[in-house]
Write a protein that binds this ligand. Structure first.
Ligand code: C2E
Ligand code: MG
Ligand code: MG
Ligand code: MG
Length: 289
């Protein structure tokens, strides 16, 4: 009868919710363990190339997590979990220190770009963390660049702009990531002097077949020139993408066509062993999941 069916429906619903919650708690615990034990956590680096000289001028640090049972878990999945449970601070400092220590060994002294989540801003913790990792690694401040997304700047209760000004005053650079995807990208350029604008890969990839996207990439490149801000085209996957963003005057390029995110020499063996597990899923490279 209806009442029984109703009750059953409710039961199924709560079971699904409970399972979902449990799944989340498991992921959170596993993430905490991985960070505490420093196991399964890697930082990969993807080259950022000057479009005219073809030289690699910077590398973006991208965190990778290999879970003992699940295989590679993408940052799109675990970063939000880390943000919500507060582990983002520990994760963020791990990536920053790892990236600065690694960059310190690069003979060509490229810049290292590190993503910083909204939760790491406006807490008063960023500057001390930066001072720690820079002192510990010995990296020159100007070789570190923080990538922040628009959402990081949207919060009204905390003043991220003042904090980012202090970051820049230290000589650390600041880039605006995923430019064009937010609701008010342009207004952020007015409130803070970014060193770089990263054009979101979705525009770059679509530019080949959508005139609207091509026009947006063109507009951002011109804007960069006018403001004296370096523009980087993300998501360059083909020769055609490269040609197109070069033609409109983007200064730097990043994407699979130029190079995929990859581990440093020291981690390469460990990563290869993990990636060759018996599970088909694990045969995929971490930047393809
Ligand atoms: P993002 O900062 O915009 O990074 C670029 C993303 O695009 C990376 O995905 C990269 O692997 C991918 N990518 C690079 N070239 C291409 C290409 O040619 N085509 C396509 N389709 N994709 C390309 P990934 O590593 O999965 O990271 C996703 C996002 O997760 C990042 O976006 C960033 O917002 C966040 N993230 C990654 N590492 C960290 C970290 O250490 N800390 C924080 N807070 N966030 C991170
Ligand atoms: Mg980024
Ligand atoms: Mg981006
Ligand atoms: Mg992104």
């Amino acid at each position: 009868n209806a009442k029984a069916a109703g009750r059953r429906t409710v039961k199924i619903f709560t079971d699904a919710m409970a399972e979902c919650l449990l799944e989340r708690v498991r992921l959170e615990n596993d993430l905490r363990e991985a960070l505490d034990a420093r196991s399964g956590m890697f930082v990969f680096y993807q080259p950022i190339t000057n479009v005219e000289s073809g030289q690699v001028v910077a590398r973006e640090a991208l965190v990778r997590w290999h879970h003992a049972q699940r295989g590679w878990v993408s940052p799109g999945e675990f970063i939000p979990v880390a943000e919500q449970c507060g582990l983002i601070h520990q994760l963020g400092e791990f990536v920053l220190l790892e990236a600065c220590k690694t960059a310190q060994t690069w003979p060509n002294k490229e810049t290292v770009a590190v993503n910083v989540s909204a939760r790491q801003l406006g807490q008063g913790t960023l500057l001390p963390v930066l001072e720690r990792v820079l002192a510990h690694s010995g990296l020159e401040n100007h070789r570190l660049e923080l990538e922040v997304t628009e959402t990081a700047l949207l919060s009204e209760e905390v003043d991220c702009v003042t904090e980012l000004r202090a970051v820049r005053a230290m000589g650390v650079r600041v880039a605006l990531d995923d430019f064009g995807t937010g609701f008010s990208s342009l207004s952020h350029l007015r409130s803070f002097p970014f060193d770089k604008i990263k054009i979101d890969g979705s525009f770059v990839r679509e530019a080949a077949h959508r005139p609207e996207s091509a026009a947006i990439v063109n507009m951002i490149a011109r804007l960069g020139h006018t403001l004296g801000v370096t523009t980087v085209a993300e998501g360059v996957e083909t020769q055609q993408h490269l040609q197109q963003v070069r033609d409109v005057g983007c200064v730097e390029v990043q994407g699979y066509f130029l190079g995929r995110p990859a581990p440093e020499e020291a981690d390469a063996n460990a990563v290869a062993n993990l990636s060759c597990g018996a599970l088909a899923l694990e045969l995929r490279l971490p930047d393809q999941i």
